[in-house]
Design a protein around this ligand. Structure first.
Ligand code: HEC
Length: 188
């Protein structure tokens, strides 16, 4: 192969290479592109509700309330109960509505009000509605009982829960004892 031919071939390769490299640049100059403000194909991200999941990382509650019960405000609890009356009746002769009647609920067995169709989740809990379980349930019903039918966000303020539970305790011919100092100490 003579030198001239070799040079021509080399030159051709060089040119091709330069064009390939420059091509992109030229295209960029000819077709200015802007950053898209939004994704051309927006990706739908569903808002996943955290209800029903156990407490989110930022959740600190439920705070202990046993120590608050002896000085809790029953009248304030009665007012708070307006949040519940859409679904619950509180009097001794109260009827089941969307939710079961709540007379004599403190220390009653969970899911045992006559004639009410409880969720399997609640019945499956077993045990009694003592102060601590009421505190946990009323803080965030769906976190305490996954699958409960009670559609209520919860009472986030410890004093609200204490007042509410003190009111529930008063709904009885013979209210159960207030927590002992030992129980209060053990709760923390
Ligand atoms: C939207 C309706 C609704 C509201 C509002 C509501 N509840 Fe309920 N509640 C229910 C239902 C339904 C159940 C039964 C849950 C199940 O079977 O899982 C229930 C169950 C309960 C239980 C357990 C009863 C048992 O016999 O085991 C308690 C205690 C209770 N609710 C207290 C309250 C209090 C206190 C409030 C207000 C702060 C309240 N609920 C607000 C519907 C409601």
């Amino acid at each position: 192969m003579d030198n001239l031919k070799t040079n021509k071939i080399l030159a051709a390769f060089l040119l091709a290479g330069l064009l390939a490299m420059g091509g992109g640049k030229i295209a960029e100059i000819l077709v200015p592109h802007e950053e898209l403000a939004e994704n051309a194909y927006p990706i739908e991200v569903k808002q996943v509700s955290t209800e029903g999941n156990s407490a989110a990382p930022t959740d600190q509650g439920p705070e202990p309330i046993l120590a608050l019960l002896s000085s809790a405000d029953i009248q304030a609890g009665m007012k708070l109960a307006k949040k519940c009356t859409a679904c619950h009746e509180f009097s001794e002769d109260g009827k089941n509505k969307t939710g079961p009647m709540l007379w004599n609920i403190v220390d009653a067995g969970k899911g045992e009000k006559d004639g009410f169709q409880y969720s399997d989740a609640l019945v499956g809990m077993g045990g009694q509605w003592d102060y601590e379980s009421l505190n946990a349930f009323l803080y965030k019903p769906k976190a305490y009982i996954k699958g409960t039918k009670m559609n209520f966000a919860g009472l986030k303020k410890p004093s609200d829960r204490a007042n509410m539970i003190a009111y529930l305790r008063s709904l009885s011919a013979s209210p159960v004892a207030l927590p002992s100092q030992e129980q209060i100490d053990a709760e923390k």
